[in-house]
Design a protein around this ligand. Structure first.
Ligand SMILES: [Zn+2]
Ligand SMILES: [Zn+2]
Length: 367
């Protein structure tokens, strides 16, 4: 069928074009997209530095309704509202252990943006090949083909733009704290970088009763928002200034990094209490190295680890977050600014400049 999709072309940015969407295949559904978030990963893919072949239809935080199902689809039905999280095959040992973030096919389904057989469900109006299964969805479009393995059922009564970030960025920040760091009530936690991932971690830390929540960012508006969401200490400045400020606050139990900046991560390691942990969710360039005091790790039982999507299993985790949302503990509306689909260039620009934390596109045809 004919759909409208934002096509990313190398060196040319995005343009909304008529495209042709295939019928849903085995274990696939067609989703009429209501809204989709824009994530930094989309910007990296657009720049060509993620390895996703361009031209491509990007987008990986989609919310919408199932319009049609392919063969073998069970557990989801036409008309159902769903969140499209990251892609996973459903069959490998990681998927079988309910750890889809480490699916053996994650590169293919998410970054390479193809089905498992290498095909794409989207092509240009004139038959131009397009990468059209980014994160098993490519949701910068009025309609897309998604795998059932990345779908999570959603209630009908919550605005799509508040739910969309749960697909990737908010899920990563929330699950990194809730599932992995699991800070004790009254403990001390620091968050480096206050985009959607970092601010979601601040929200989680506050909900879990952390007494000290340190937030670091270069943008004073982001820090002000972090404070409203629960941060108790706001740090900004060059490395020397940050070190001095951190010293005044004292060591922490947990550090969550979303920046991928080695000097900051080293500061985090040096600021840990015994048995403290630094968890990395920011993506550093390939080959980035860090100097670490190994003795301090052993003597203090300290650790350094990384995570994709906060190790979340979306099927379990997103319903928990919807529960938090209903209880008023997840003010995702504070992070989001809505744009019409046609304003995608402005939305991308505002994410890039830092003017907006989480731009969410609303698809005009989804009424
Ligand atoms: Zn898998
Ligand atoms: Zn993302």
């Amino acid at each position: 069928m004919k759909v409208r999709a934002a096509v990313a072309r190398a060196g040319q940015g995005l343009s909304i074009e008529n495209c042709e969407l295939a019928e849903p295949g085995e274990q696939e559904v067609r989703v009429k997209v209501e809204a989709t978030g824009i994530c930094h990963t989309d910007l990296i893919a657009l720049s060509g530095n993620l390895g996703t072949p361009l031209p491509a239809v990007l987008g990986h935080e989609g919310v919408g309704r199932i319009e049609a199902s392919g063969p073998g689809v069970t557990g989801f039905s036409t008309g159902q509202r769903v969140l499209m999280s990251f892609g996973a095959c459903g069959g490998c040992s990681s998927c079988q252990r309910a750890e889809p973030a480490y699916c053996h096919q994650a590169m293919t389904l998410n970054l390479a943006g193809t089905r498992l057989d290498g095909s794409s469900p989207v092509q240009g109006e004139n038959g131009e090949p397009l990468t059209g299964h980014f994160f098993a969805q490519s949701s910068f479009a009025t309609h897309c083909i998604a795998r059932t393995t990345n779908l999570v059922a959603l209630p009908d009564d919550i605005p799509a733009e508040h739910l969309a970030p749960l697909a990737c960025s908010a899920q990563t920040g929330l699950s990194s704290v809730v599932t992995l760091l699991r800070p004790a009530a009254g403990s001390r936690l620091a968050v480096f970088g206050c985009g959607t991932v970092g601010l979601s971690a601040v929200i989680a830390a506050r909900n879990l009763g952390c007494k000290v929540i340190v937030a670091i960012d270069r943008n004073p508006d982001r820090l002000a928002l972090a404070k409203e969401l629960g941060a108790t200490h706001l740090l900004q400045g060059d490395m020397e200034a940050l070190k001095a400020q951190f010293k005044d606050i004292g060591p922490v139990h947990n550090v969550f990094d979303t920046t991928g900046v080695p000097a900051l991560i080293a500061l985090g390691m040096a600021s840990l209490l015994p048995q403290g942990k630094v968890l990395l969710a920011g993506v550093s360039p390939t080959g980035t190295e860090l100097k670490v005091d190994l003795q301090a790790m052993v003597f203090g039982g300290r650790s350094l680890a990384g995570t994709i999507e906060g190790n979340a299993n979306p099927r379990d985790f997103i319903p928990d977050m919807v529960h938090w949302y209903r209880e008023g503990k997840l003010p995702l509306d504070r992070l989001v600014r809505c744009y019409d689909f046609e304003q995608i260039d402005q939305a991308v620009e505002d994410l890039r400049s830092g003017a907006v934390v989480k731009p969410v596109l609303r698809m005009a045809t989804s009424h």
